[in-house]
Design a protein around this ligand. Sequence first.
Ligand SMILES: [Zn+2]
Length: 306
Amino acid sequence: MSELATLALDVGGTKIAAGLIGADGTLLYTATRPTRGDQGPEVVWAVVVELLGDVLAKAGGRVGAVGIGSAGPIDVNAGTVNPINIPGWRGFALRDRVAAAVPGVPVRLGGDGVCMALGEHRYGAGRGTRSMLGMVVSTGVGGGLVLDGAPFHGRTGNAGHVGHVVVDADGEPCRCGGRGCVETISSGPAMVRWALANGWTPETAEADAKALAAAAEAGDPVARRAFRRGTDALAAMIASVAAVCDLDLVVIGGGVAKSGALLFDPLRAALSEHARLDFLTGLHVVPAELGGDAGLVGAAALATLV
Ligand SMILES: [Zn+2]
């Protein structure tokens, strides 16, 4: 008798994805809808309900478990979420609501960064490693930890928020209320902002991270410096986290990571400057393998952990 598939939900600020995942981690079906986070809490919940119905129908009405990865902050103990980009969801009882909508099966909630890391650890670039940081560099910098082979949630479910590691104590204010967090230097919009302030003139109408990467590839000196500055801050953060957690691998996904060698070459060079302790010399930094699906397969893995 085959095991029932797992229903996974990945709640983000711009889109919500749902999927059906087989026992071997295969993504059997996936659907995505815009979050509509500006339209009030029940509108966003209606998006979730629609996705749950869609995936359940594909599963013939039966799944073995439900795993939820959500943008943070979250509270895994209470089962509630407070995603920064969904202003209507404050202390929103996501786990219990999903459990009521899909009765009779276990429902587990984790941070989206933890789910991404777990997905890459089980089925992607982190296979076979013991302790890894999975991170995403895009409009923000996020992450999650798998330590000694198990997802590490921390006290409230928010461990691995590496975007808010302070790399410049006198730096710019961060949206978290602090200052000098790596996100204020290394996120796509932060690098674009710095480049524009330092004389970069984009050739396209859209001054985004993709245009900045293209300019850097073409040899634009300011664009290259913006990437260098962003990757140096990322390297400082990675070296710090690796030293604290004794990591063997860092897996990086997200839009900015798609710039490939432009990000990874200077990042590895900077990391060799920052990570000098003997136990850090074997640390590898590699691109993610699962793309946007890591969160879904990781949420499913979380739901079926024994
Ligand atoms: Zn911050």
